[in-house]
Design a binder for this molecule. Structure first.
Ligand code: F6R
Length: 615
């Protein structure tokens, strides 16, 4: 949450910073702001509540020059999303400027201490304390800027990425991180900072990850990293394997629509290279085969859409390995006392690799002795760094706030993890594993076919856009798909939407059915799951009899599904465990189209941000 950009180099800093903020706006869009050190050494600050367009207007009326600067796009935690609370925040002398992502948990104590010494605060944020503390430290230590930042970091509790300017050091920026992300972009004669690489991808594809509790000083000539005590440390270099075009809309109205279309490639790229001979291989495996063989219990921990990928993965892992699997929301798992030991494998799924609850769940699991395997779309993020094994999804950057292509890539990845476990435990023969992999490898083409058939969904979406609510029903792997369809609709179209296992209907939810209520049914395959298919036909009949408008996602050729369905959306027939990779697609399109029909911003739904780095 919150996007941060920093720049030192020969270009006009304002342009680089504002462009970077535009690319990071998906991280938060309650307000935005910039601070640039002018040629006269004076801080120039512009900040505005609302989207970056508001900041653009503010900046257009002024001349802001300088080649060292930073910016921030905010997802509000402490303090309402107003101009006053927008970042950057300054000290009383306008010498120090600070932007912050995260939550400073002890800010009340620090603020009280500063107020007692006569400091007046200009905002209600937790972040402003940092500017005043750095100023006080500079006064105390004789003006050593990096040292002042390190000293302040040692006093802070919670999660923070900080980027700070001191007008006495106009050619450098000092930044720090704990539990929130920060990467350095290394150019020729210029250096960048960003919450993620999208901030500077236009200028350089060489980057350096900053580790936990580290401080970096950037200048035009490069960067120096230390820990919070000042001990030098080496950063981890990496090359970004995607380019600017991947982070742009490429002719689509919304990133989300582009990302839905990119799903065949996201799944194909995620599978690529993981079958070597007849063996499944993970990306980073700091677990030996014996440890995988010893696993007797699996927990999948994740949040939101990633949790739904876990529910689908459970079906595959249990089926192939016979190991019991529990899927739990990371925010619940981390605060209870789950039974964990060295034989427990915790699979943490997070596209960003930053989600605060999932990260804490990983830490909790490792403290209890469990092994952790991360599934992540972001190279070098905190969750994979702290895990024993990693499987990277290769969906490319996902800018739309609602997860789409990363979800499908997560499903493919967790299913491969299931095959890797089956291989280690010998519950499947090598040729069976290779056979499953080959079936999975055919799915990207089926996703592409699904995308070709969703035209009708667009018309349907306009038709039901004024409904009060939509229900989603599924069974087996169709149930998490129903949950995902409902989540997409809630977050994009702000409609009441619920997903239920169809078998639960008569235990309460059927009371919600009223005349004309749209109910989306994810139909089991008549060939793959004939019994469930039969049960679902009865469920459709029951709700249709009570007035529901039934929209059925059914396999091609499922003539029985048409009998009570008001609308049928056909998807290709694929093996049951892989069917969510196709049945999810029309539900994503439905949600995006309804949101558009209702006039909402599909890429930036209200109150949300892409990475949830605070609890
Ligand atoms: C919904 C959505 C969220 C995320 C959740 C976890 O469309 O995007 O529910 O899935 O916040 O995020 P990651 O995968 O980054 O941990």
């Amino acid at each position: 949450m919150c996007g941060i950009v920093g720049y030192v180099g020969p270009r006009p800093a304002l342009e680089v910073v504002v462009e970077g903020l535009r690319r990071l706006e998906y991280r938060g869009y309650d307000s935005s702001g910039v601070a640039i050190i002018g040629p006269d050494g004076v801080l120039q600050v512009a900040k505005k509540a609302g989207r970056i367009e508001n900041l653009d207007k503010e900046i257009a009326a002024r001349t802001i020059a300088g080649s060292t600067g930073m910016g921030h796009t905010r997802w509000a935690t402490h303090g309402a999303p107003t101009d006053r609370n927008a970042h950057p925040h300054l000290d009383a002398q306008d010498r120090v400027a600070v932007v912050h992502n995260g939550i400073i948990e002890n800010f009340m104590v620090l603020r009280a201490e500063l107020e007692a010494s006569g400091v007046e605060f200009a905002s209600e944020t937790d972040s402003e304390v940092v500017a005043h503390l750095i100023a006080a430290e500079l006064a105390r230590n004789g003006g050593d800027f990096p040292d002042a930042v390190r000293a302040v970091c040692r006093r802070l509790d919670g999660a923070f990425t900080l980027v700070t300017l001191d007008t006495s050091c106009p050619g450098s920026i000092v930044a720090a991180r704990r539990n929130s992300p920060l990467v350095v972009g290394v150019g020729k004669g210029e250096t960048f900072l960003g919450s993620d690489v999208a901030a500077f991808i236009e200028f350089t594809r060489d980057a350096v990850e900053l580790g936990q509790d580290q401080v970096v000083v950037i200048t035009r000539d490069g960067y120096e990293i230390t820990d919070f005590t000042g001990e030098p440390v080496n950063g981890k270099h990496f090359h970004i394997d995607w380019d600017l075009s991947a982070a742009e809309k490429g002719g689509y109205d919304y990133f989300m629509l582009k990302e839905i279309e990119e799903q065949p490639a996201a799944v194909a790229d995620t599978l690529r290279g993981h079958l070597v001979g007849a063996r499944i291989v993970l990306d980073e495996q700091r677990l030996d085969n014996q440890e995988l063989r010893d696993v007797d219990k699996v927990f999948v921990v994740a949040c939101g859409t990633a949790y739904h990928a876990g529910l689908i993965g459970k079906q595959a892992i249990e089926h192939w390995t016979r190991i019991p699997v529990e899927v739990e929301m990371a925010s619940e798992f981390r605060y209870r006392d789950p039974v964990l030991n060295r034989q427990t494998l915790v699979v943490a799924i997070s596209q960003s690799g930053e989600t605060a609850d999932t990260l804490e769940a990983v830490r909790h699991a490792r403290q209890q002795g469990a092994r952790v395997l991360a599934i992540c779309n972001t190279n070098g993020a905190q969750i994979p760094r702290e895990s024993d094994a990693v499987f990277y999804t290769h969906a490319g950057p996902e800018i739309g706030v609602a997860a789409t292509k990363t979800f499908l890539a997560q499903i493919a990845a967790v299913e491969l993890v299931g095959l890797a476990l089956a291989q280690a435990r010998g519950t499947k023969w090598g040729d069976e594993i290779a056979g499953e992999f080959e079936e999975l490898a055919k799915i990207p083409a089926e996703i592409a076919r699904t995308l070709d058939c969703v035209q009708d969904v667009r018309a349907l979406a306009r038709d039901i856009a004024s409904s009060k609510a939509v229900l989603f029903l599924g069974r087996h792997v169709g149930f998490p798909v129903a949950l995902e369809g409902a989540l997409k609709l809630k977050e994009l179209a702000y409609m009441h939407a619920e997903g239920f296992p169809a078998g639960e209907l008569k235990h309460g939810p059927i009371a919600l059915i009223e005349d004309g209520l749209p109910v989306v049914v994810v139909m089991p395959s008549p060939r793959g799951r004939p019994l469930l298919h039969q049960k679902m036909l009865s469920n459709i009949a029951e709700i249709a009899a009570r007035g529901a408008r039934t929209i059925v996602i059914a396999e091609e050729g499922d003539t029985a599904a048409r009998i009570h369905a008001a609308h049928v959306v056909e998807v290709p027939a694929v093996p049951t465990l892989y069917s969510p990779l196709v049945t999810t697609v029309p539900l994503q399109v439905l949600a995006a189209e309804i949101a558009q029909a209702r006039g909402y911003d599909v890429d930036k739904p209200r109150n949300l941000a892409k990475s949830v780095t605070v609890e």
